[in-house]
Design a protein around this ligand. Sequence first.
Ligand code: 6OD
Length: 505
Amino acid sequence: MNHKTGAFIFSLNVSCVKKYQLFIDGHFKEGKNKESFPDIDPATGKTIAEVSLASDKDVDQAVQSAKQSLKGPWGKMQIQNRLDLLRKIGDRIQERFQDFLNAEISDTGKPITLAQKIDIPRGAANFKIFADLARNLPAEIYETQTEDGSRALNYESRVPLGVVAIISPWNLPFLLLTWKVAPALACGNAVVVKPSSETPGTATLLAEIMNEVGVPPGVYNVIHGQGSTVGEVLIQHPEISGITFTGESGTGAKIMEKAAPNLKKLSFELGGKNPAIIFADSDFEKAVEGTARSVFMNTGQVCLCTERVYVERKIFEKFIESLKQKAEELKPGDPFNVKTTLGPLISEKQREKVLSYYKMAVEEGSEVITGGGIPDLPPPFHQGAFVEPTIWIGLKETARVIKEEIFGPVCHIQPFDSEEEAVAMANNSSYGLAAAVWTNDLNKAHYISSQLETGITWVNSWYLRDLRTPFGGMKKSGIGREGGKYSLQFYSEIRNICIKLSMEY
Ligand code: 6OD
């Protein structure tokens, strides 16, 4: 094994299996209890890696090493040097693009064309963009008149939060890990990362890069294990100052409860049941294309994905037919084949959950326009967690499959007759993350967007990202916003310094 790396290869039965280790204080290591768990490729059901399981002691060691790093060279580093290091991380990710691509695809089964276009480039961009943003973050200054006629200057000054716990999900493992690590480091924090146990690869690989570019030991630590065990120990650690989490709303609520006694600062990006509203005056082809992307991208496993589609009655039938065609054009299979356009779900467990909704939709009385089952695939993909892209119509808005987040390649299409009806149905949800509105009427677009109870609304597009914008949800879809200055605000403590100036000044 190369001790500079977190992954080494050994043979298990006939296939080659990697080993992903913990990364603590700049070193790759086994968990103290020498336990491990398998990392399964969801496209084939095969074990691709053994992952070291962190014990409570390992978690504590990771947090302590992070804390120590804040007192050492990292804590004393000039901001320009810190941000230069972030740029180097971004450059190195680009140089090792193929390694990240392989790790990400093997962990998730997502199609290579998707990971190549979105996941890995965004990992590099997150570091570069937050380096630039942190360099240019303005500070507010207020000049205050005092009663005795003198003046005072109030100015804000930022300090790092301290040790930040990053709990990142399995759907966009590298994109969302770096979306949190980059601004946290830009602000001068040290981090302990717990990637999803389904997708340990890219977080471990990133540790190699931290060493390669010279990030001091302890600044970036990776611990592996389940959220309900290792994650819980991490979020309850008294030396953690903040927790950032992307994942299910139910898990968010549990984290909040566990973090409450220590009053941690929290940032949550949670679930969604996102609506798309399609008006008859929209550009029809673009609306169909965009909606197909918003429903089926990443096999529907993006918190922003559309699961409820509302279509103006005049174009309802035509829209159903066109979206059905798009769904049926998707090609499931080998994620490393450039012709594949639909990956598996993340795990067999997730497939059972999605299939239970497929069954429920039928029991609730839906008409299945397409899909509803498991695709027929050749070995080894017949063992993968694939499901068919699925479209339903005909359900009442009270149906469970319209109310609950499914997180699969599926949507229900409902007709509407007026703007008010569309908005009322779109807002009739306990979630409020994202919406897509398709219309060529600018006034209508503006009006509808102002009425929607969502943190993010895309008009005539979906998942068009500018990393400076506020990102997050209303209602059960989250707490707080990340992105641009909102991330930098979360990952730092702001202090006000008030200097009373002398009368003579
Ligand atoms: O693109 C992003 O910055 C982002 N935070 C995406 C989140 C997707 C959730 O599944």
